[in-house]
Design a protein around this ligand. Sequence first.
Ligand SMILES: C[S@@+](CC[C@H](N)C(=O)[O-])C[C@H]1O[C@@H](n2cnc3c(N)ncnc32)[C@H](O)[C@@H]1O
Length: 188
Amino acid sequence: MNLLHGAEYWAVSAALRLGPQDGLLEIGCGSGYFLRKYGATTAAIAGLDHSPDMVDLAIRRNRKRVAADECDIRHGDAAALPWENNSFTAVAAIATFLFWPEPLQALQEIHRVLRPGGRVAIGLGWNADDGLDHAAHVKKYAIRLYSGRRMEQLLTEAGFENISIHYFKGFMEPKGMVAAAAKPGVAP
Ligand SMILES: C[S@@+](CC[C@H](N)C(=O)[O-])C[C@H]1O[C@@H](n2cnc3c(N)ncnc32)[C@H](O)[C@@H]1O
């Protein structure tokens, strides 16, 4: 998984430009690899996954930061985030958005938990712009494919601004996509 998604991790972290001032949330954090590696320089990390097994793995992988009270990994669904308004400065979602049944509601939740000026980056290794025939993937994994245009529409509808669509080349992704945006306002 980590090798397969390496280019996507890098592209999402490049879009977020994470720094020591950031409080980073990863939704669909899986085993917590991205949080540990790419969140290492941030002030605090948080994760959410709807698989209890993945939550356990992610907590174990990030146990030093949990012990330091710098890491909060929870079980839950992307469409109902268990954090208060304005909790984070950056939100990442990698290889997970295409599984979410309520994408607009989830983006509205991301907007809610971000502080003004906070950033979101969503990795879509497989997408509707990549030129691949995904019919078998859609059937096997029950995924949805998004074009860059559709991501722009959804992010706009959820209240984001400064929306940008980037493409990257990955291991199994000829034209992976990262959709990035910001919550209006000035970062504190
Ligand atoms: C392919 S894995 C990617 C994990 C991690 N982001 C990575 O790249 O290593 C997708 C993850 O998203 C989680 N997931 C899928 N739908 C979700 C949802 N609606 N809410 C929260 N997590 C979800 C799955 O449980 C799984 O751990």
